[in-house]
Design a protein. Structure first.
Length: 261
């Protein structure tokens, strides 16, 4: 019988399957990867994915890792919970969690891990995560349709979009459309608000992701380059060296304390 909720580690060998129940996955520790419909993304702390029933997906772990998995029946006897489940699983997708939601999921996951045989506790924690996530996504969606303050760009919306699409080229016009501005208006407001151009900001995000991957995984440089939107390994090395004054290969071999001094 499939457990409603569990905290597990994924093997390093890639596997794939589908199932007749919805599945909600959140990264807790370490690094994992999920492939949904040909789109591969890391699922680590703060990142999750929603898998409606019958969605074929591949997955693998990278070193030590842990994820929390919620298995939910498409038809739930709780009439209050059913609309939230339907809204969450209307399509497969990757999701980015707020810091508050990350803290809640981590705390509830610890409770589930400590009490794996307490079915009532497992169900209560699972339902709490579903409700909190649904509220979070509703608020996130609302942010796509308004600017938080007059004249100020909602950076949570921008950051979430960059994180979810960081493996490909992101145009300024895409970001401008999220907050209903023309490209020129967005460019000027963004530079005034952040002190850098949108493309510089995106590059910083790519380099930070590459730094984390170099520190936390043994993945080849060419793989890391593609994951964070660099056209090839040379492009990653060139940008990394130019902006951080150290090559990716040397950064991986250098103790963290030495790179911070």
């Amino acid at each position: 019988m499939v457990k409603q909720a569990e905290v597990i580690s994924l093997p390093e060998s890639a596997e794939h399957h589908d199932h007749n129940h919805h599945q909600l996955v959140f990264g807790l520790e370490g690094a994992t990867e999920f492939d949904i419909a040909g789109h591969t993304k890391p699922v680590g702390s703060g990142i999750g994915c929603l898998l409606p029933c019958a969605t074929d997906h591949a997955f693998r772990g990278v070193g030590d890792n842990s994820i929390v998995v919620l298995n939910l029946a498409p038809i739930n006897p709780d009439q209050l919970l059913q609309p939230r489940i339907d809204a969450l699983f209307n399509q497969s997708r990757f999701i980015h969690c707020s810091s508050e939601l990350q803290v809640l999921i981590a705390a509830l996951s610890r409770e589930m891990q400590k009490n794996p045989d307490d079915a009532l506790l497992q169900s209560a924690c699972s339902n709490a995560i579903v409700c909190a996530l649904q509220r979070h996504l509703d608020q996130q969606l609302a942010g796509y349709h308004r600017v938080r303050l007059p004249g100020k760009i909602n950076m949570d919306v921008i950051d979430n979009y960059i994180t979810l699409h960081i493996e490909r080229k992101i145009r300024v016009s895409e970001l401008a459309g999220l907050v209903f501005l023309s490209s020129s208006q967005f460019f000027d407001r963004f530079r005034l608000q952040t002190g850098m151009t949108p493309q510089q900001y995106i590059l910083n995000k790519r380099l930070k992701g590459a730094q984390d991957a170099l520190t936390l995984t043994d993945d080849p440089l060419i793989e890391i380059a593609g994951r964070f939107g660099f056209t090839n390994q040379s492009a990653l090395t060139r940008a990394f060296t130019q902006h951080l004054n150290i090559s990716p290969a040397r950064y991986r071999k250098t103790p963290p304390s030495a790179t911070q001094s």
